[in-house]
Design a protein around this ligand. Structure first.
Ligand SMILES: [Zn+2]
Length: 259
């Protein structure tokens, strides 16, 4: 890098690291190279690298886990303003808002997806096969990629709505905080996740925004849920038996129509 002053070097280092993330060279969920390697790649001192890493962490793009390394959290900066704003809301409110975002993103993805989006979603769905849980919010076992679901994030990319994506990134960040994370569980099995993701993907591929909404509704109602002290699932939406019956009848009719 052709830079001279200290602040130039700091800025250039930050831009270098940020570009690695925004271009996807370092995908969300991946671990970034260690400090000495980054210092060598950028030609600056380790303290400058450390400063750039801290700065990216402060805007939610990366996170350093002691003893494990530094991981890419978000391909877009998460607004600290949004983060602060969300601290005023309960877990129930935030999770229900996440539900709305996921469903709306699936609908918009069905309308706006490109061929590249479909290829990326197919690849992500294939990579997630064999996970014991949907890796959304890090509810998966093992591996560095377990911190975020590429599949869910790519749906927001396909929706082509930057505001939806930024809000999603912000609420995920909030849900991952220890105070909330401990009250959340993923009750969908790996097989259910594969089936759900395949249905969502199929609807988006066919540009069927109605099916995309229905498929995502089914998925978000069991991929991340709130549990009480007895580890019982708190239903995302409380429905009367009559309301549930209406949903079941509609689903059966739809499944029959697809046969
Ligand atoms: Zn999922």
């Amino acid at each position: 890098m052709a830079v001279t002053t200290g602040s130039d070097r700091a800025r250039a280092t930050l831009a270098f690291l940020r570009r690695k993330i925004t271009t996807g060279e370092w995908p969300v969920g991946s671990r970034i190279p260690i400090e000495p390697e980054l210092a060598e790649q950028t030609g600056v001192g380790r303290s400058t690298v450390r400063e750039a890493v801290r700065s990216l962490a402060s805007i939610g793009m990366i996170e350093t886990l002691p003893g494990r390394g530094t991981f890419v959290r978000s391909a877009a900066p998460t607004s600290s303003l949004l983060n602060e704003f969300l601290t005023d809301f309960t877990l129930e409110e935030i999770l229900s808002y996440r539900r709305a975002l996921e469903i709306e993103a699936a609908q918009q993805a069905a309308l706006h997806r490109s061929e590249e989006d479909i290829l990326a979603l197919e690849l992500a769905a294939t990579e997630e096969v064999g996970c014991t849980r949907c890796p959304v919010l890090g509810f998966a076992d093992g591996g560095d990629s377990a911190f975020d679901s590429k599949f869910h994030r790519l749906i927001f990319d396909a929706a082509k709505n930057r505001l939806l994506a930024a809000l999603y990134s912000g609420i995920n960040e909030r849900l991952r905080t220890p105070e909330h994370r401990g009250r959340l569980a993923n009750v969908a099995t790996g097989a259910e996740m594969e089936r759900d993701h395949a249905r969502v993907l199929d609807a988006i591929r066919r540009r069927d925004f109605i099916d995309a909404v229905h498929a995502m509704v089914e998925h978000v109602d069991h991929d991340v849920v709130i549990v009480n002290d007895q580890y019982e699932v708190v239903p995302p939406l409380t429905r009367t038996p009559e309301q549930q019956q209406r949903i079941d009848v509609a689903r059966e009719a739809q499944e029959k129509a697809q046969l």
